[in-house]
Structure formats: structure tokens, C-alpha cells
Design a protein around this ligand. Structure first.
Ligand SMILES: Nc1ncnc2c1ncn2[C@@H]1O[C@H](COP(=O)(O)OP(=O)(O)OP(=O)(O)O)[C@@H](O)[C@H]1O
Length: 312
């Protein structure tokens, strides 16, 4: 388990992380989200002792990273896949990491196999593709078989097979009872991967809840009804409104009904004698929930983007 207590990190005038208190629990994949510059990487760097908190603390299983004798046995991290000596082979990079933590050669070969890099292990890491670099970073994180894993943008540069592999790997690690914290800007991927979500905006906590709760809480349930013709939509719209439903009509024959079950809408259409060609519950996506949650917390927005509009 990772515990953050009033964690604050400032770089000069920039407050990267502001009074962050939360626990990242074991046995789950926790997705770590937030706009560019929200403080995700800084938080991860502080957890693994690369950066030091200005105030507050970050502990892993009750201990600060800097107090750990063999840190790779406690926490493994993929932070910056490019942070590898380019002239070293993948295997030698891992051997150097292993040596400093009392880990044997056999484990190096095991993790190379696990990440699919055995055949390329003798090649210079500087010549690796982005995806191979990610795999090498993940091999390093797994080296000490640690109970806590941090992956910063792990699917970056991976092909679809690699993305699926990461999804299965994070699931397996969580099912084994480990603490797995994964940051990503790929909402569709996190929606498939995460059990729990932590969302930051401008260094502050915006949400810390199960994935399903974040999605349900931020986006209303909408039922979409496509009627056979505009007259039917008009009539059904009036019926729904008289039953207290909030109805929008984006097209002449199309209605969008907030917080209504499909069964209730179908029954009303039947009673009104309105022919319906489509009746669907619009499932909310993590992306929609995320955009709502972080609205106003986006620091770097292009003109015309959703965040850019709300900031004007
Ligand atoms: N070493 C540093 N020196 C100065 N400022 C920094 C440093 N590292 C981060 N920052 C600043 O701290 C803030 C948080 O950055 P951080 O990289 O943690 O955000 P992030 O959520 O990981 O963003 P991204 O999604 O773009 O990776 C930003 O304003 C950034 O410019």
C-alpha cells in the first residue's frame, strides 16, 4: 500500500502537487489521471525517492523509499523508459540494477523472458524502439518481484499486442495482491484496466473512487429514442415531459431522455402508440467523466479544444 500524507511538492513558484492525502491500496489496479502538468509524474517520482517532498510524506508499506535497504524488492517503477544508458545492452542494464539490490542473474533472464525481450537482450538499449524501451523499463520494475508497482504511461509506444499484454500483466499483478498504480492519457485503455481511479488537476485531488463510481457520478444516464417520424417524437417528448423527465430533441425524430430507464421510455411509447426504431441506454465513458471532472483544471489547452472553450 502507498500512503500519501499532505504531500506537497513545489519547484520554485510552481506547485506541482498540493496537499495530497490518499491511500493506494493493494490488490487493485489504480488508474492515475489528470491533464498535462497535473502532478502525476511528480507524485510518482516522490514515491520512489527521485524527488523529495517540500511538505508531507509518501510511504510504501509504512516506510519512506529512502529508508529502504533494497528498494527493488519493495517497489518497482517504470518512470522514464529513456532513462537507460544507450550504450549498454538491455541485459547489462538489468544486471547493473540487479547487482545493486542483491538480485541474481537468473532473475534477469526471467524478467527478460517475461517482457518478451530475450532475443534482443544483447543489443544496445540505445537502439531499442519506444515499445522495446517500455518493455525494458517494465522488466526493471519487475526485477525484485516487488509488492508495489508504479507504471507511468506504460502503453506509450506499444503496439496493440503490447497494449493487451500490459492490460493482462497489470491485472495479474493486482490479482496476486500487489499495489499497481498506472498513469495514462488513454482513457479507453484505463477504463479496461483500472479498478480504482485517482484524478489530479493542478496538483490537487479531484477524485479518488472506484472506476464505476467515477463514471456514474460524473455523467447522467441518458436513454436515446429514435422514433419512426418527427410527429411520434413530438408526442412522446410531451408524454415524457409530463412524467417529469428532462427531454432533449437534437433531431426531429430523435429524443434524449435524462435519468430514465429504457423500460420506462419504451412503456410510455407503447402507451402513446408511438413507433420506435431505436431505444438505447447511452453508457457513459470514462473519457466523458474525465472531461467533466477536469473541466477548469486544464493548464495547457489548445484554442477550440473542449478545455480551451471552457477556459475562455
Ligand atoms: N523538475 C522540475 N522542475 C520544475 N518544474 C517541474 C519539474 N517537474 C515538474 N515540474 C512542473 O510541475 C508540474 C507538474 O508536472 P508533472 O510532470 O508532475 O505533471 P504530469 O501530470 O505528470 O503531466 P503530464 O501528463 O504532462 O506528464 C508542471 O507544471 C511541471 O512543469
Amino acid at each position: 500500500m502507498i500512503s500519501l500524507r499532505h504531500l506537497t511538492k513545489r519547484y520554485g513558484d510552481t506547485t506541482a502537487v498540493a496537499d495530497l492525502s490518499l491511500e493506494i491500496r493493494a490488490g487493485a489496479v489504480t488508474g492515475f489521471l489528470g491533464p498535462n502538468g497535473a502532478g502525476k509524474s511528480t507524485t510518482m517520482r516522490v514515491i520512489v525517492g527521485v524527488d523529495h517532498p517540500t511538505e508531507g510524506s509518501a510511504t510504501i508499506g509504512g516506510e519512506r523509499y529512502t529508508d529502504l535497504r533494497y528498494p527493488l524488492h519493495v517497489v518497482g517503477a517504470l518512470l522514464d523508459a529513456r532513462a537507460v544508458h544507450p550504450g549498454r545492452s538491455g541485459r547489462n542494464h538489468l544486471l547493473a540494477m540487479a547487482r545493486s539490490n542483491g538480485i541474481g542473474r537468473r532473475r534477469v533472464d526471467e524478467v527478460l523472458e517475461l517482457v518478451g525481450l530475450s532475443a534482443a537482450a544483447g543489443r544496445r538499449a540505445g537502439g531499442y524502439s519506444l515499445g522495446m524501451g517500455q518493455r525494458l523499463g517494465i522488466a526493471g520494475a519487475l526485477l525484485g518481484d516487488p509488492p508495489v508497482l508504479l507504471f507511468d504511461e506504460p502503453v506509450n509506444g506499444l503496439d496493440p499486442d503490447g497494449v493487451l499484454w500490459i492490460r493482462q500483466l497489470t491485472r495479474r499483478l493486482a490479482d496476486e495482491g500487489r499495489t499497481v498504480l498506472v498513469s495514462s492519457h488513454l482513457m479507453s485503455e484505463l477504463q479496461l484496466m483500472a479498478d480504482q481511479l485517482v484524478v489530479l488537476g493542478r496538483g490537487r485531488l479531484l477524485a479518488d473512487a472506484p472506476l464505476a463510481e467515477v463514471i456514474a457520478g460524473a455523467t447522467p444516464v441518458v436513454t436515446q429514442v429514435r422514433c419512426a417520424d418527427a410527429g411520434g417524437a413530438e408526442l412522446l417528448g410531451q408524454r415524457l415531459a409530463s412524467h417529469g423527465y428532462h427531454v432533449e430533441r437534437p433531431e426531429p425524430a430523435l429524443l434524449r431522455v435524462a435519468n430514465a430507464a429504457t423500460a420506462a421510455v419504451g412503456d410510455l411509447a407503447h402507451q402513446a402508440g408511438v413507433a420506435v426504431h431505436e431505444l438505447t441506454a447511452q453508457t457513459a465513458s470514462l473519457e466523458e467523466a474525465y472531461l467533466r471532472l477536469t473541466d477548469g483544471s486544464v493548464e495547457y489547452a489548445a484554442a477550440g479544444s473542449p478545455a480551451g472553450r471552457s477556459a475562455q
